[in-house]
Design a protein around this ligand. Structure first.
Ligand code: GLN
Length: 458
């Protein structure tokens, strides 16, 4: 009940698109009954969580924060959400996000931006003091709701950083597991070769518990990994003795702020204290990751978003006397936001016959080189430590230029291209008192190592 009161009291953050108190209450009731009957409790019995509105939830509006899906109520449940309900959790509501998960600030949502519960402190920087801040994106409803203590945990999805960057901006933790750990079935597709679901929560331990109840093989997703889900929580330890942690030189960008450099050094010291050996490593193709990502992700998006045609889901705009083509055009013009249209145009362009080799094929080659960089680094170390984002949260409206916005993903995109598990944990604050995140990247399937290093920093 307390959480349901909080959800409706926190309207100013605009973190929820739909509230579903009845769903959470039902889970709580089931947990109470299990206690009364002396039954063994399910792992998440009665825990109320938020669900990013990219996960299909049966009978509950699922929009991807887009006008084109407004009113769409799926007749099926995503595998990840179904697993969470099976584990006893309940849903407080569907959380706001960047439209189709495209963005880094939650400002592309059709339902309005989410506001971070954080504010710059009194000693912050001049005129922008107290300006409302971005919660990060695309999982900005999830990060804001957790940081504001409205929900104890939430689902996120991460295509190029959408779990890690919002976690960093709001002082919480979030993990993107290895590509294929969590089923993509029932998750609205953005860029299918990159999309991964994962948990966001206040602690590393909560992330481990949630991930255990989200992951697992699913025959309905052809890229799902046919592997057992380890008991990450039980094996959680902040002891890094015998582990080598690599510090990739190429992440030390020209113009990196002193605060981010100091944060990184602090993270290195903490991992040393936990017993890790720190070594320098090189990921030479890092600087090509962002351009490759912003070709591959829009290319896949332009293909995935072809299904929103006014026939099958949500919005239909059928002008007087219109033919089928007119209806497609009118529906898509009215239904997609500006950033989504930009991605569709970029994607269509890089996949077009004349430019395919120059852009798309080239980007795929770069992707392979980036994956090889990581493989080489992991032949001499177990984990990598980097900052999560180049700065603390920016003010809403501050990053109006799309390219400036894309730059935010510079540290998160490489691990996505390589399909590696990666986590952001709170690492410190900047001079305005805003949270900063540290990123740990692991070998394929080494969520345990990532979580353990996260715990050592936490
Ligand atoms: N900010 C990145 C983008 O806009 C990543 C988004 C995501 O991970 N879903 O594509």
């Amino acid at each position: 009940d307390a959480f349901i009161v909080k959800v409706s009291a926190a309207k100013a953050l605009n973190a929820f698109i739909v509230e579903t108190p009845e769903h959470a209450l039902e889970a709580a009731k089931a947990a109470d009954e299990a206690v009364a009957a002396g039954e063994t409790l399910k792992p998440l019995a009665g825990v109320p969580i938020g669900m990013k509105d990219l996960f299909a939830t049966k009978g509950v509006q699922t929009t991807a924060a887009s006008h084109i899906l407004e009113g769409f109520k799926p007749v099926y449940e995503s595998t990840v959400s179904a697993k969470l309900w099976d584990a006893g959790a309940g849903m407080l509501g569907k959380l706001n996000l960047d439209q189709f998960a495209m963005g880094s600030s939650n400002e592309t949502s059709y339902f309005g931006n989410v506001v971070s519960p954080w504010r710059r402190g009194a000693n912050g920087i001049g005129a922008r003091d107290n300006a409302p801040l971005a919660p990060g994106g695309s999982s900005g409803g999830s990060s804001a709701a957790i940081a504001a203590r409205i929900v104890p945990g939430a689902t996120g999805t991460d295509t190029g950083g959408s779990i890690r960057q919002p976690a960093a901006f709001t002082g919480i933790s979030g993990i993107k597991p290895t590509y294929g750990r969590c089923s993509r079935w029932g998750v609205v597709a953005f860029a299918s070769s990159l999309d991964q679901a994962g948990p966001m929560a206040r602690s590393v331990q909560d992330c481990a518990i949630l991930l255990e109840n989200m992951a697992g093989f699913d025959p309905k997703d052809s890229t799902s990994l046919q592997l057992p889900v380890p008991d990450w929580e039980t094996a959680l330890s902040g002891d890094l003795r015998g582990k080598k942690v690599g510090i990739p030189a190429e992440y030390r960008l020209d113009g990196m702020s002193n605060e981010i450099a100091a944060l990184w050094q602090q993270g290195i010291d903490w991992l040393k204290d936990a017993g890790a050996e720190i070594i320098d490593v090189s990921l030479p193709h890092t600087k090509y990751a962002l351009p490759a990502y912003y070709i591959i992700a829009p290319a896949e998006a332009s293909s995935n978003l072809a299904r929103y045609d006014g026939v099958r889901y949500g919005l239909r705009d059928l002008p007087e006397g219109a033919n089928l083509q007119d209806m497609y055009a009118a529906t898509r013009a009215a239904g997609f936001g500006e950033e989504v249209k930009r991605r569709i145009l970029i994607g269509t362009y890089v996949l077009s016959a004349g430019f395919y080799d120059a852009y798309y094929t080239q980007a795929q080659k770069v992707r392979t080189l980036i994956a090889q960089d990581f493989e080489n680094a992991f032949s001499i170390c177990d984990l990598l430590l980097t900052p999560t984002a180049p700065s603390a949260a920016f003010a809403l409206g501050e990053n109006a230029d799309p390219l400036a916005m894309y730059m935010n993903d510079v540290f998160t995109v490489p691990a996505s291209l390589a399909g590696l598990p990666a986590m952001s944990v709170p690492g410190g604050i900047d001079k305005a008192g805003l949270p900063l995140g540290l990123q740990i990247i692991g070998k394929p399937l080494d969520e345990q190592g990532v979580l353990n290093a996260g715990l050592a920093i936490e």
